[in-house]
Write a protein that binds this ligand. Structure first.
Ligand code: PLP
Length: 360
C-alpha cells in the first residue's frame, strides 16, 4: 500500500502556464524547472509544457538529464558554466549559459567550441548576488559579440529581489537600471520571475522566466496561488497508519514537549522529515484529515508525524491525509513553519512517489 505520495496535477500545470502566457502576451516564456521542477519532476513538467519556448535550470547536470529525457527546447543555464569542460558540454547540447563574471567570459573567449552557442549576460541591477555591473556591460558585449563561439546577439538577464513586495520602490529602480544598461544593444531581454509576470507588467520584455507560479504557488508569502487565479500542481498526501487513545497530561513523540490538555485521539501519519516534510514544523501546523484541518502535535520524526484528531473524531487507519495542495495551500503551511512554499515543495525527497493526476 502506497502511503506518502505527491499527486502532480498536469491540468493545473497547463492552466498555470496558460494563465502566465495570457498575462505576458507579448513575451516568450522560459519555464524555470530547476531543482527537479521545484520538486514536481522536471522531465514530467517539461514533457507537459510542450508549448514552452524554453526551459531554465540552475546546474548543467539538470540540463543534460532533460536532453536525455528527449526535451528539444532551448535550455538556459541560469548561473552559467562553472568550468571550461561544462562549456563544451553546453555547446554539444545547445544549452544557453548565462555569463556573470570575468572567469566565464575568459572561458568562452579562450574555448574552441564545436559550434557557437547563444549566451545571456547577467546584469546586477540591485540584488548584489551575481552579475556584472551596468558600467561593464559594453565591455562584455563587445568581447562576446566578436567571439566565434557566440551566435546571435548577446541576450540580457537580471533578477528581481523584492518584486513580491508591491509597495517597494526597489523593483522600479531595478527596472530603470536594466533599461538603461541594455538600451544601446540589440539583444533580447529577460527580467521577470513569477512576481514580475504577475505584478510588474512593464518588466516583461522579450522573455519572462516564471518558476513558482507555474506550480500554482504565489511568490508572495501573504497570498496564495488560488487567490491569484492559479491552481496548486502538487498535493502532498499520505495515510493514517494508526489512531490511538491519548490521555490528558501525556506527552507524545521525541523530546516529549507537547502535552495533551484533554483526553483525545491521536492520528499517526506516514510522513516525516525523511520524506521532506520539515522537522521544524511546530505544533499547530495544519494538516487536512477527511476534509478538516487538524493540528500537528509533537515533533515530526523521520517517517511519521502525529496530529490531534480530537476526542470525538471518527477518523480511521487507512484514511487519506493532505499535508498541502488542494484544500490546504502550501503557502499557509509554510507560514506556520516560518519558511516559504518554494522550500516545502523542493525538499520532497525521492521516497515520495510522484503520481500523475490528469482530470477532464
Ligand atoms: C529561480 C529563478 C527564477 C524563477 O523564480 P520564481 O520566483 O520561482 O518565479 C527566475 N530567474 C532566475 C535567475 C532564477 O534563479
Amino acid at each position: 500500500m502506497l502511503t506518502a505520495r505527491a499527486e502532480i496535477n498536469l491540468n493545473a500545470l497547463q492552466h498555470n502556464f496558460l494563465t502566465l502566457k495570457a498575462l505576458s502576451p507579448k513575451s516568450r516564456l522560459i519555464a524555470v524547472i530547476k531543482g527537479n521542477a521545484y520538486g514536481h519532476d522536471a522531465s514530467l513538467v517539461a514533457h507537459t509544457l510542450q508549448q514552452a519556448d524554453a526551459f531554465a535550470v540552475a546546474r548543467i547536470e539538470e540540463a543534460v538529464a532533460l536532453r536525455q529525457a528527449g526535451i528539444p527546447q532551448p535550455i538556459v543555464l541560469l548561473e552559467g558554466c562553472f568550468c571550461l569542460e561544462d562549456l563544451y558540454l553546453a555547446a554539444q547540447h545547445q544549452f544557453q549559459p548565462v555569463i556573470h563574471h570575468a572567469g566565464q567570459l575568459a572561458d568562452i573567449l579562450s574555448a574552441t567550441l564545436p559550434n557557437p552557442i547563444k549566451v545571456w549576460l547577467k546584469i546586477d541591477t540591485g540584488m548584489h548576488r551575481i552579475g556584472v555591473f551596468p558600467e561593464q556591460v559594453a565591455h562584455y558585449v563587445t568581447q562576446l559579440s566578436h567571439s566565434p563561439n557566440v551566435r546571435d546577439e548577446v541576450g540580457f538577464v537580471s533578477h528581481f529581489y523584492q518584486a513580491d513586495e508591491l509597495n517597494q520602490p526597489t523593483t522600479l529602480e531595478q527596472l530603470a537600471r536594466f533599461i538603461n544598461a541594455t538600451a544601446p544593444f540589440p539583444g533580447e531581454k529577460s527580467l521577470s520571475n513569477s512576481a514580475g509576470v504577475l505584478y510588474w507588467s512593464d518588466a516583461h520584455f522579450d522573455w519572462v522566466r516564471p518558476g513558482i507560479a507555474l506550480y500554482g504557488i504565489s511568490p508572495r508569502a501573504d497570498s496564495t496561488g488560488i487567490a491569484e487565479g492559479l491552481q496548486p500542481v502538487m498535493t502532498l498526501k499520505s495515510t493514517l497508519i494508526s489512531v490511538r487513545e491519548h490521555k490528558a497530561g501525556e506527552s507524545i513523540g521525541y523530546g516529549g514537549h507537547w502535552i495533551a490538555k484533554r483526553d483525545t485521539r491521536i492520528g499517526v501519519i506516514a510522513m516525516g522529515y525523511g520524506d521532506g516534510y520539515p522537522r521544524t514544523a511546530p505544533a499547530g501546523t495544519p494538516v487536512l484529515v477527511n476534509g478538516r484541518k487538524v493540528p500537528l502535535v509533537g515533533r515530526v520524526s523521520m517517517d511519521m508525524m502525529t496530529v490531534d484528531l480530537g476526542p470525538d473524531s471518527k477518523d480511521q487507519v487507512g484514511d487519506d491525509v493532505t499535508l498541502w495542495g488542494i484544500g490546504l495551500p502550501a503557502e499557509e503551511v509554510a507560514r506556520h513553519i516560518g519558511t516559504i512554499a518554494y522550500e516545502l515543495v523542493i525538499k520532497i525527497t525521492g521516497r515520495v512517489a510522484r503520481h500523475i493526476l490528469k482530470t477532464g
